[in-house]
Design a protein around this ligand. Structure first.
Ligand code: CA
Length: 495
């Protein structure tokens, strides 16, 4: 099988004239030619901020741009039929579609209810700062615009464990809801802030068996309606793992299918948190390697002070290569977003070489790196800022090298703080396969690396990093390879 390469086909500020679903369908042929084997599409359902929502404030999971709700029929990305069409066209080109699923919360309730709550210390969610009292809260979801089509389920305060807005008091706080199914917060993976069950909006109560059943019904309907190959699970560290395991098992059994599952469990400090999550989910899912993202980010900000030989230290892809989805940036880490930590431009080609051209991990490319992006938003000082992210000129070629040439035994040369490299020996089934990669975060680099005896006497040239010499492998398949200062060279075999 060819190497897999995913593409996150959106970013936070996507706002092009062509709606995303239409653009994805029109782009399918280009993506196939580029070597993309799977696309992660953004949340497709109607969200509270209607036609401008990125999709992470979900209102009605059964409304994929079909009903007049939240001021619009279509979502920001287009209509339900355009979504279904995009999926079909992408799949027709052999590209798998991964749908984004936000289970943790709902937003934009239709009706107020009187609910019993306790106030919570936002910095320690295990500390209740009041006795039980009553507030009015938007906890009832009737989805009037949908009129019971696909599901008649009405959500109420028994479906939520917490909320942050008391309508009658006009007060924002974190309120733990007293419902029929549990006392306080659910058991969730993250122990940050005491217990990190509550993230935002109406936090869903998965101890309620009717909620679990409704989510399974929805999962079945969603798959039968759209036929995606996998799911990207949002914010799993805030969600009961027993629910997610149950939902995934249900979907796999119901459809006798191996869905591709990748979860976002954002952590940039402690790889053991990610490793523990893989243990409790027992191989049901892959995780994005946020630890590697952080290393790439730090490397990009520290220049030649960063020790490149350590760049895979404490990453998930190092300890669990088969369960890691590697990435350089995403819609949360891009400039002006909540987890802003955007890898600096000079380092991005090196970062992409590290995720695309090695054996370990499944890489996920970020939309602006392929297409560029231009947008405005307020920064932390509340000033409007314009951002332009430039597409990487060498990225499409690097994805192609991954698809066609990055195969075979990997030999590592992570033996210098400022200059590291590796080779892939190639395989018989892939003509001309085999590469050598050398990168430097300091001065121009030179290093002897081996391609294996099978490649003895062959010539290689750099197709990415601007080196112009051709080099010849000796009788052992070794040679001196070169790269420019602050640059990456990718050497391929001349046939
Ligand atoms: Ca939660």
């Amino acid at each position: 099988m060819d190497n897999q390469t995913l593409l996150q086909y959106f970013h936070w500020y996507f706002n092009e004239d062509e709606k995303l679903w239409v653009k994805a369908a029109n782009d399918a042929q280009f993506l196939k030619e580029t070597g993309i084997t799977g696309v992660w599409l953004p949340p497709a359902y109607k969200s509270n901020s209607g036609g401008t929502s990125v999709g992470y404030d979900p209102y009605d999971l059964f409304d994929l741009g079909e009903f007049d709700q939240k001021g619009t029929v279509e979502t920001k990305y287009g209509s339900k039929t355009a979504y279904q069409e995009a999926i079909k066209v992408l799949q027709g080109k052999g590209i798998a579609v991964i749908a984004d699923v936000v289970f943790n919360h709902k937003a934009g309730g239709d009706e107020l209810e009187k609910v019993q709550v306790r106030a919570v210390n936002p910095d320690n969610r295990l500390e209740f700062t009041s006795d039980v009292f009553e507030i009015e809260a938007w906890t009832r979801f009737t989805f009037k615009g949908r009129g019971g089509k696909y599901s008649q389920f009405v959500w109420d305060h028994n479906c939520f464990s917490g909320i942050d807005w008391a309508h009658d008091l006009e007060e924002t706080s974190i309120y733990s809801i007293q419902n029929d199914y549990g006392d306080g917060w659910e058991d969730v993976p993250s122990g940050e802030l005491g217990n990190y069950d509550y993230l935002m909006f109406n936090d869903i109560e998965f101890r309620n068996p009717e909620v679990r059943q409704e989510m399974k019904n929805w999962g079945e309907w969603y798959y039968e309606t759209c036929g995606m190959q996998g799911f990207r699970l949002d914010a799993v560290k805030h969600i009961s793992t027993s629910f997610l395991n149950e939902w995934l098992d249900h979907m796999q059994e119901r459809f006798d299918n191996r869905f591709f599952i990748v979860a976002e469990n954002w952590n940039i400090e402690d790889v053991t948190e990610l490793q523990r999550y893989l243990e409790i989910t027992e191989g049901r899912m892959q995780l994005f390697d946020s630890m590697l993202h952080q290393n790439l980010y730090l490397a990009s900000t520290q220049g030649n002070e960063y020790d490149l030989s350590q760049i895979f230290n404490d990453t998930l892809v190092q300890s669990h290569p088969l369960l890691s989805v590697t990435f350089v940036d995403n819609h949360d880490s891009q400039p002006l977003q909540s987890l802003e930590s955007y890898v600096e431009f000079w380092f991005r080609p090196l970062a992409y070489a590290l995720i695309l051209l090695r054996e370990q991990g499944i890489p996920c490319v970020f939309y602006p790196d392929l297409y560029g992006a231009k947008y405005k938003d307020k920064n932390e000082a509340d000033e409007e800022v314009e951002v332009e992210l430039i597409g990487l000129p060498m990225l499409a070629e690097m994805i192609g090298i991954r698809k066609n040439l990055a195969y075979g035994e990997q030999r590592d040369y992570f033996d210098h703080a400022n200059c590291v490299g590796w080779t892939r020996a190639g395989i018989e089934e892939k003509a001309a396969s085999g590469i050598a990669v050398l990168m430097s975060n300091g001065e121009a680099g030179v290093k002897v690396m081996e391609m294996g005896e099978a490649n003895a006497g062959r010539q290689m040239k750099d197709v990415i990093g601007g080196r112009t010499e051709e080099i010849t492998l000796d009788e052992k398949g070794s040679a001196e390879f070169y790269c420019n200062a602050g640059s990456v060279s990718v050497w391929t075999l001349l046939s």
